[in-house]
Design a protein around this ligand. Sequence first.
Ligand code: CDP
Ligand code: MG
Length: 727
Amino acid sequence: MGMERKRKRKVSLFDVVDDTCVSAKLAKTNGFAVHGNDTNPLVNRWNGRPYSKRYLEILEKRKTLPVWHQKEEFLQALKANQTLILVGETGSGKTTQIPQFVLEAVELEIPDKRRKFMVACTQPRRVAAMSVSRRVAEEMDVNIGEEVGYSIRFEDCSSSRTVLKYLTDGMLLREAMADPLLERYKVIILDEAHERTLATDVLFGLLKEVLKNRPDLKLVVMSATLEAEKFQGYFYGAPLMKVPGRLHPVEIFYTEEPERDYLEAAIRTIMQIHMCEPPGDILVFLTGEEEIEDACKKISKQVANAGDVYGPVKVVPLYSTLPPAMQQKIFDPAPPPVMVGGSPGRKIVVSTNVAETSLTIDGIVYVIDPGFSKQKVYNPRIRVESLLVSPISKASAHQRSGRAGRTQPGKCFRLYTEKSFNNDLQPQTYPEILRSNLANTVLTLKKLGIDDLVHFDFMDPPAPETLMRALEVLNYLGALDDDGNLTKLGEIMSEFPLDPQMAKMLVVSPEFNCSNEILSISAMLSIPNCFLRPREAQKAADEAKANFAHIDGDHLTLLNVYHAYKENNEDASWCYENFINPRAMKAADNVREQLVRIMVRYNLKLCSTDFNSCDYYIDIRKAMLAGYFMQVAHLERTGHYLTVKDKQVVHLHPSNCLNHKPEWVIYNEFVLTSRNFIRTVTDVHGEWILDIAPRYFNLENFPQCEAKRVLEKLYKKREREGEESKN
Ligand code: CDP
Ligand code: MG
């Protein structure tokens, strides 16, 4: 069969196939079909199974998507160019259809079925990678994880059969670390390029290099909106293909006065729409999990209070840590009327930015845009990166309102004034690379063999100060030597998909005889908050949490939770009884397992100090300090904490479990709000600081402060003790 195919095949590299259903024409002229297998067009060529009825149904729907009208043009452009830029309105079918078109083209080019080829499509958001790959698996009538898969940090749902892989941009970057020319891929699609995430920006520069060395590789850059000229200029004048959207008009409303509480205003607006406007689903943009869950509860309550006359309502949340089955609910239809002839139902989706461009929900007629999203900010001077709820850009506001006009004319309610839109919103969101701590990125680039960071081809080069800070951090951690070259330690650190501090803590933990515990703590720090605190049972939840509390620190409290979870056989009902989120714990277990694999691969010993030894917790705290010595705060005589060297006034986050105010703490996170908090803190000792990070705490280049004076005393005490022991 293979032989026959080879002989009969007349189609060459990326030849144009101008039929919407490639199979039909090819089947006739060449004796085989793309949509079917070689002998039977009704059999799925990817897995040899007959097509389901659902496949044919979806196919009809797919063909109505705008990108299908330009399939031929796209394939032609792909054939003729190594790099291609494609811009199309959200919902035009870019993410779901283009990779399938590409797959057909690539498959035609490789007649030998045994030869492995793959197409990658990156997504900045994990939810989108999961959700879209599921959809495409359904469209191709294959099981997710087989021919179509996805890969996100700590979760690889792909196999040796996978030909089309959706993966986060960060994961593709990680793959490049092991496979610098990304040889397993024939075509790489960078989707949602307008989001300009850190990883996508790095991939831009990297792929430009890879393309030079791999003439057989092709790159498609896709985006909803784009500063087209800038992109074309950057990609050596690559052709730009535009897919016209099919947007219905959207009427935009502003508030007369600024809103003081956007959440309250959003809920009020939902109720007004629900009670006064014709049928149609509602999409509300909020900023994060907690806010969204809270809003969902409030909305459900108010809807229930309003009564049945307005029709049934289904409220669905959408955010990145939601489990996949729940994520799919946004695509469920609105509920049917309660009785025949009753008011039609409404779906209300309460989502983060992911619904702005990454995921398209059909049937949305009303959009509520409070004008905020959670954005990363970084201040290199004080080395603080934080997620802040910040005003969105005009481009974002435009995208959000567009979501209302997908299937019919719609309305967008902006919960800010028109004046504020015109005067206060920036035209575009700044690329993430200009707002991030780059320590992790620099470590990745070094591992990729890119030494000259200053001349790396960034589309928007980061501030030199930010790059300097990153190099400095990595040097202090021992990942880079004084010439900026990757050390052996740095090399191992880069293998962990974690921040450099955490990676360092893990790599050195065997020296402190506690790698098992540090693994558990790292896993717990890598998942969303595991403590449940429902509004109606806050006191009980706080009491439950207190049972796990370790007086010396929140990291140790997390360790207690993990141990208790394992001792109770990972039992979900035990979790609920103790106000622990079982999903988070399962995720932690999974993360831990993967980190263990990396430890074993690099011969890092898995060990523990005897639990009954008084050194058990001390060893753990010392190991943590070995990674996080740059995140230390000192208790001043005034009663507040100052971060060491950067001298920022900070407060212990109210969620802490300490029963005292330690003189020195390490912290996991700096939370920027009206007050600066440090969250997840653990008590460490001044003497340990001298032993573990003498270079960072070298007093010669230490700003004047109380911490310095205390350290000076400690050093002097050491000297005296040294002399005494000599005498
Ligand atoms: O990428 P782009 O925004 O251009 O569009 P897309 O994500 O490929 O979506 C094309 C169509 O597929 C839209 O009508 C979506 O609503 C639909 N879709 C879906 O029904 N279920 C999914 N899980 C993903 C997309
Ligand atoms: Mg898309």
